[in-house]
Design a protein around this ligand. Structure first.
Ligand SMILES: *[C@@H]1O[C@H](CO)[C@@H](O)[C@H](O)[C@H]1NC(C)=O
Ligand SMILES: *[C@@H]1O[C@H](CO)[C@@H](O)[C@H](O)[C@H]1NC(C)=O
Ligand SMILES: *[C@@H]1O[C@H](CO)[C@@H](O)[C@H](O)[C@H]1NC(C)=O
Ligand SMILES: *[C@@H]1O[C@H](CO)[C@@H](O)[C@H](O)[C@H]1NC(C)=O
Ligand SMILES: *[C@@H]1O[C@H](CO)[C@@H](O)[C@H](O)[C@H]1NC(C)=O
Ligand SMILES: *[C@@H]1O[C@H](CO)[C@@H](O)[C@H](O)[C@H]1NC(C)=O
Ligand SMILES: *[C@@H]1O[C@H](CO)[C@@H](O)[C@H](O)[C@H]1NC(C)=O
Ligand SMILES: *[C@@H]1O[C@H](CO)[C@@H](O)[C@H](O)[C@H]1NC(C)=O
Ligand SMILES: *[C@@H]1O[C@H](CO)[C@@H](O)[C@H](O)[C@H]1NC(C)=O
Ligand SMILES: *[C@@H]1O[C@H](CO)[C@@H](O)[C@H](O)[C@H]1NC(C)=O
Ligand SMILES: *[C@@H]1O[C@H](CO)[C@@H](O)[C@H](O)[C@H]1NC(C)=O
Length: 440
């Protein structure tokens, strides 16, 4: 009885699901088109680039995206690339193909005289199985005196294709790489020095192949990039300031830090960074490079380890302060009230750094962790806001170099230093800096 039910369910899906998806495809492909000069439909199937109909190789991205049409079948059928998979729909980064049922039937002696196994090879194609697929196994049953195992691949079978395979042009300029190692590099940033892939020299990324995987660096400031988002860029810290003392208060190790990016650069420290000090007898000062002007200070004090509490950074063992607007460089140095002589049993060093606040959580053990500097450099990046140039939207709009493309809006920097960024207008998506702009 159970078996009959399962079989019924199975047949239902077999018959109906492809139709449901075909309906979806009609609405979803409305904005996606074939290459100019290439046929865009076959029967009910809409074929957007990078797929292309027929053997004309210039219609598809490469042979694995060819859609081969069967002109003899009625209604016409279409098959994918070099496979014998029948295509039922293409949209939204996925392709649906008709799928078969695999079954193995055993006789009373355990032999399997009939089987119908299905295997699909995706080797050397741009496709990978979509997570929407499910492999369902309906267990042993008694059908015509035989025990059968039915393998049902949920219908229809879909494959997801990574967006980058399809169209790099929504990330980078045509012909430019989109990634360095595993870090995505969206325009206006671009890989290569003066390679024509970025909007200007400040946005050139030096992709260093001396690492495996390769690592991206901001070519003008040398920071190792951790990620680039629509308005921010995260860079690995190049070191934190520290000062360590021996039991009698003599300084054993010391390192102030200087970090600077050029005043004319389109980057500034984001307010997602905090100026953070860790220690029990430490005060840290931040000054603007080459000016002596103090811009922030913070004191971290405690008298015994039990004063400290997890996650609390309000002056006891840990202190944090915000940074001034438009900050581009700083010098950071530590001092102490009593040279750590009263706390040296559990805290020898004071530390201070500027880093992404949400990536750092204070733990009482931090004040005695000899690996602290290294751990912070590895786990707490610095965040920069980036803008285009140093003009306001109103000024830039008059220029032929205005960076915002169709269906985007220009947003002025609020630092008073000029510069703007582009956002897709409401309801549009894509890279607002790349032609033809954001798409509906
Ligand atoms: C192949 O398609 C291109 C358009 O992408 C077209 O210009 C060309 O004439 C086609 N070649 C043939 C043989 O149909
Ligand atoms: C197109 O789809 C409709 C229903 O969605 C179906 O009735 C028709 O037979 C299909 N035509 C072809 C050529 O597949
Ligand atoms: C995949 O491509 C590589 C290199 O082009 C080739 O050596 C290999 O035989 C191909 N594998 C299959 C299964 O086609
Ligand atoms: C990439 O996508 C953009 C916008 O979505 C489109 O205008 C462009 O023609 C596509 N390029 C290719 C090579 O498919
Ligand atoms: C897309 O970018 C990748 C990685 O950056 C590159 O290997 C590939 O050749 C690019 N594809 C196209 C069609 O430009
Ligand atoms: C890149 O790779 C590193 C190490 O393999 C990993 O820690 C990091 O999360 C990856 N980043 C992305 C964006 O995938
Ligand atoms: C690119 O980065 C590597 C590694 O940091 C460095 O050795 C090289 O000099 C840099 N190249 C340029 C032109 O900045
Ligand atoms: C601590 O450092 C000072 C200055 O370097 C030195 O004179 C003193 O001997 C050191 N004390 C101990 C206990 O190492
Ligand atoms: C940094 O610059 C961006 C863009 O100009 C601006 O919105 C942001 O407020 C600035 N951040 C700070 C902390 O000044
Ligand atoms: C701390 O050490 C400095 C020199 O290393 C010294 O001038 C100062 O007097 C010391 N302060 C205390 C409270 O020991
Ligand atoms: C703005 O940028 C241009 C080009 O980078 C530079 O020549 C000019 O001096 C800058 N203006 C200001 C006010 O920083």
């Amino acid at each position: 009885m159970n078996l009959v039910l399962h079989i019924t369910v199975f047949i239902f899906f077999w018959l109906h699901l492809p139709l449901l998806l075909a309906d979806n495809s009609n609405t979803a492909t409305a904005t996606i088109t074939a290459k100019p000069g290439c046929q865009s439909t076959w029967g009910n199937l809409t074929v957007p680039y990078p797929f292309g109909i027929g053997v004309n190789v210039s219609c598809s991205l490469n042979p694995s995206f060819n859609i081969n049409c069967d002109t003899f079948s009625d209604p016409p059928k279409a098959f994918l690339g070099t496979t014998d998979l029948e295509v039922t729909a293409i949209f939204d980064n996925k392709i649906w193909v008709k799928n078969s049922l695999a079954s193995v039937c055993y006789d009373k002696d355990g032999n399997a005289p009939t089987d119908n196994l299905v295997s699909i090879s995706l080797i050397n194609t741009s496709f990978s199985p979509s997570t929407e697929n499910q492999l369902t196994v309906i267990g042993a049953c008694n059908m015509q005196q035989k025990a059968c195992i039915l393998l049902i691949l949920w219908l229809p079978f879909s494959f997801s294709i990574s967006k980058q395979t399809i169209n790099n042009s929504t990330i980078a300029l045509p012909g430019c790489p989109t990634k360095c190692g595993n870090i995505s590099v969206p325009y206006p940033f671009g890989i290569g020095l003066d390679a024509g892939c970025s909007i200007g020299p400040w946005y050139d990324i030096n992709c260093s192949k001396s690492f495996n995987p390769p690592k991206p660096f901001l070519s003008r400031t040398n920071g190792e990039i951790i990620d680039i988002s629509e308005t921010k860029i995260r860079v690995k810290s190049n070191g934190i300031a520290y000062r360590c003392y021996n039991q009698t208060g003599g300084i054993t190790r010391e390192c102030p830090t200087v970090y600077g990016i050029d005043e004319t650069s389109p980057f500034n420290f984001s307010n997602e960074n905090k100026f953070i000090v860790v220690g029990c007898d430490d005060v840290s000062y931040m000054a603007k490079v080459a000016t002596d002007n103090l811009i922030s200070s913070c004191a971290a004090i405690c008298s015994k380890n039990s004063d400290l509490s997890d996650g609390s950074c309000s002056g006891i063992g840990c202190c944090q302060n915000s940074i001034p607007k438009g900050l581009k460089n700083y010098i950071n140095f530590l001092n102490s009230y009593g040279n750590h002589t009263k706390v040296s049993s559990f805290n020898r060093c004071g530390y201070s750094f500027l880093g992404e606040q949400c990536r750092y959580r204070f733990h009482p053990s931090d004040v005695s962790d000899s690996n602290f500097e290294h751990r912070i450099v590895e786990t707490v990046p610095m965040v920069f806001d980036w803008v285009i140039g140093n003009q306001t939207c109103a000024e830039a709009q008059k220029s032929s170099l205005f960076a915002c493309q169709e269906n985007s809006i220009c947003v002025d920097s609020d630092t008073g230093l000029g510069g703007y960024h582009c956002d897709c207008s409401k309801g549009y998506k894509g890279n607002p800096y790349l032609r033809p702009g954001c798409q509906g």
